[in-house]
Design a protein around this ligand. Structure first.
Ligand code: G3P
Length: 450
């Protein structure tokens, strides 16, 4: 699945939020004893979609006042774009799942969003931000430390490998490559033994630029990756990243690395045994386990060992649940109840275990450990270990850049130019910086808070 389509519409569509949200909220009357339906628009397909349906149906069965009605609306970009345009016809859902990359843009749409900290307070539902892992909650709080969206599904990239292909190529199936040089050697060996490709990855910018930078303690942008101000500028044309992209482009020539497209498009080539190594979201675990017919190995994201501070810590991805305004008042109580339900350690732990998304509360991690899940499922704690590897620095806390959906698109355009051999890595990243900075300045000029 590619997140390319609809990207260009996100920013213009968000302008409608400011306008439409100014219209006063309606408060439809709900007959006593009736069940209130609450729409949840999401982007979870495949095994993740099935797990989400189960979670929702468990909540619906746990009480009779509210019924969450999930609807799959396409990939992340299509889902948020659809919700924004639904404002035009006043048919927006109460809850929409938005991936991490659109956080700054959603945050800027102030009148259209109902911040989670206000919702939980207004509705009198229990909620404690300190229960959540700082690496998760820190990504979604405002400058005052208030939580804006509910951190439903947080992931981080990990390495997967095909133990059967490793054995066949004479590689140790219990030794995942830990560094980029080691991964290059293993992937070449796989190719020499007949693999269609050595390794591939999903989410090109998230993995090779955003997480790569955090893991090497390098900034993606000035101003603390954008957290400290809207005047941030991209810094991704540094020598470490240029060398990395140049190496990927070199490996691409012999399919030691094989570029597999944007979003999750590359996943099938690992699941069907074409590529022996895959770097992708920890939440790909559910689909890989469901669809692969080989023994799966897991490892941490590779790093360049000559870079000081590497490995630092990875950053989260995935998505959060945003609450949209102008729905009937009765729905918001149900949304708050649903979020309180999702925060329960048992519910959190089951979601983490069934999907590969991170245990977003300390209690869910401890419960999962005490249940022996990590011992029974080797590799399942890697995502947690990566994001907590070291205390986050300014470079590894996360990214808060306006129009980042579009910026990520520009970065991926340029990576594709480099992988196709049309541009040098330096020229591609210089161009990504130039294009990204233009988008940042446009966002800064359009922001009411600047
Ligand atoms: O596939 P997910 O849900 O882990 O998301 C990965 C990226 O963070 C999306 O921006």
């Amino acid at each position: 699945m590619s997140c390319g389509s609809g990207r260009a519409t996100v920013t213009s569509a968000l302008r409608f939020l400011h306008v439409v949200a100014a219209i006063a909220a309606l408060s439809w009357a709900v007959p006593a004893g009736a069940t209130t339906d609450i729409a949840l628009w999401h982007a979870m397909s495949g095994e993740l979609g099935r797990q989400l349906e189960k979670l929702v149906s468990d909540f619906n069965a746990s009480q009779s006042d509210y019924r969450i009605v999930p609807a799959y609306k396409g990939n992340y970009t299509e889902t948020v774009t659809g919700a924004i345009f639904a404002f035009r016809s006043r048919s927006q859902p109460a809850i929409v799942q938005v991936n991490e990359v659109a956080t700054a843009t959603m945050t800027a749409a102030k009148g259209a969003i109902y911040p989670v900290f206000s919702l939980m307070r207004d509705q009198g539902e229990p909620f404690s931000l300190t229960d959540y892992l700082p690496a998760v909650s820190g990504y979604y709080t405002d400058a005052a430390g208030n939580l804006l969206s509910f951190p439903f599904n947080s992931s981080t990239p990990i390495l997967y490998y095909n133990k059967t292909m490793f054995r066949d190529a004479g590689l140790d199936p219990e030794m995942p490559p830990k560094t980029w040089p080691a991964l290059g050697i293993a992937a070449k060996r796989l190719r020499d033994h007949g693999a269609v490709c050595g390794f591939t990855t999903s989410w090109p910018s998230w993995i090779h630029v955003e997480n790569f930078s955090a893991f090497h303690n390098l900034p993606v942008a000035s101003r603390a990756n954008g957290f400290a101000g809207l005047d941030a500028e991209l810094t991704i044309n540094n020598s470490v990243l240029v060398r990395h992209v140049a190496q990927l482009a070199e490996w691409q020539k012999t399919k030691v690395f094989d570029y597999g497209g944007r979003g999750q498009a590359a996943e099938p080539s690992f699941q069907n045994g074409e590529c022996g190594i895959f770097i992708g979201s920890s939440a790909t675990r559910a689909d890989i386990r469901a669809n692969s017919k080989f023994e799966i190995g897991y490892g941490i994201m590779p790093y360049w060992p000559d870079v000081k501070d590497a490995p630092q810590n990875s950053i989260i991805g995935g998505a959060t649940l945003w609450v949209l305004r102008d729905r009937p008042r009765a729905e918001y109580k149900g949304v708050a109840r649903f979020f309180a339900y999702l925060s329960q350690p048992g519910v959190q732990a089951a979601w983490h275990q069934n999907t590969g998304y991170l245990p977003i509360t300390r209690a869910a991690f401890e419960l999962t450990r005490s249940q022996g899940f990590y011992e029974r499922n080797p590799g399942s704690a890697i995502s947690f270990e990566e994001i907590t590897l070291h205390p986050p620095t300014e470079n590894s806390k996360g990214i808060r850049l306006g129009s980042f959906v579009l910026i990520r698109g520009a970065i991926e355009d340029e990576l594709e130019q480099a992988f196709a051999g049309h541009k040098s890595a330096q020229a591609a990243l210089d161009s990504a910086v130039e294009r990204g900075n233009k988008l940042l300045r446009q966002f800064e000029r359009a922001s009411p808070d600047r």
